[in-house]
Ligand binder design. Sequence first.
Ligand SMILES: *Cc1c(COP(=O)(O)O)cnc(C)c1O
Length: 393
Amino acid sequence: MGLKPANRLEKLPPYLFAALRRKIADKRAQGIKIINLGIGDPDTPTPDPIVDELLRAVQDTADPDRHRYGCDCPVPQLPTAIRNFYKRRYNVDLADDQIAVTSGSKDAIVQFCFGLLNPGDLGIAPLPGYPTYNIGHVFCSAGTHYVPLRQQNAWLLDFDEIPPEVCQTAKLLWINYPNNPTTAVAPLEFFKQAVEFGRKHNILTCHDSAYSENTYDGYKAPSIMEVPGAADTAVEFFSLSKGFNMTGWRVGCVVGNPSAVKALKTVKDNIDNGFMRGIQFAAAAALDNMESLVPPINAVYKRRRDMVASALAEAGWPVDVPKATIYIWAPVPEKYNGSSAAFAEDLLEKAGVVITPGRGYGVTGDGFYRISLTYPDDVIQEALDRIRSIAGK
Ligand SMILES: *Cc1c(COP(=O)(O)O)cnc(C)c1O
């Protein structure tokens, strides 16, 4: 049968790490021990109190709905916990129609696009940036206008770089701080500009706050919802994945503009069935207890961050120490002439260490590379020893 997949799959961008992934497989096939510091997926387990709450809920025989469709049997404690989280953390009051519970942010970004974009519409996305914003556009046959993020602007999107014709036609703008991959953080003043930009041009600003809780040295990331009137023109995507070591659980939310939240809910009503009550109870418990659950998780990343920063400085390849996220983002050493691919290849070839070339996040990410801190200390240490041994050569 000559089955031909839908044309939309052909419009997806090529997977930029495909070549690297092949090389890793080749090396491993040759029996070479490769250390991969490329992927951002927490290695330490979900905190016990969250797991305990899941176990309690799935075994609660007094709850006859515990195994049923999550959409038909929602746990009201979860939206309440989200509302309380925004109140405690940001002093933001969210109304019922400003909250949609989601199965994580990645899924929600694409579903959100289905609810908002028509074929031929335009969305604005940062470059380097998380690829899913563009993928959401592609699935809706909408276009993407990329705005470069620049080191000299502290990786903050410069609204003045968006051409007037794009301001006139675009429907969505994606921003993400603390930022993946650059680790940049944004002050509340930046979010004020984003809201103002959205209001002026009738563009919905979509803030991806996946890393809002992964912060260090006393830094607290602001929410775009703190800007007065933000809900008129903005939404925020929050996820429990990174802050609570819960990537596999698939829990998050979209909050803010009620029309946008409603559009997302309509899409969700038609293409998913929610998720298990036990996970909803556990997610509520996670948010309710974040003050005690999050700091120990961040202590692990902070320790690793400092390990990596000092080892790379010793190697003569100094890096900026990030205030947030689970990554280090650093310029490629000088001898590679700004080619992140050449650096990644050399590290793999000579040291058997995999890092993520910034080029994979878009042309303006070239010249930089990303190390993920989601690997055990001893694995990171061995990778750093290997890197140091080749750094001078
Ligand atoms: C990890 C990540 C997400 C997605 O997380 P989910 O597990 O889908 O909630 C969203 N945005 C950015 C920038 C990320 O790095």
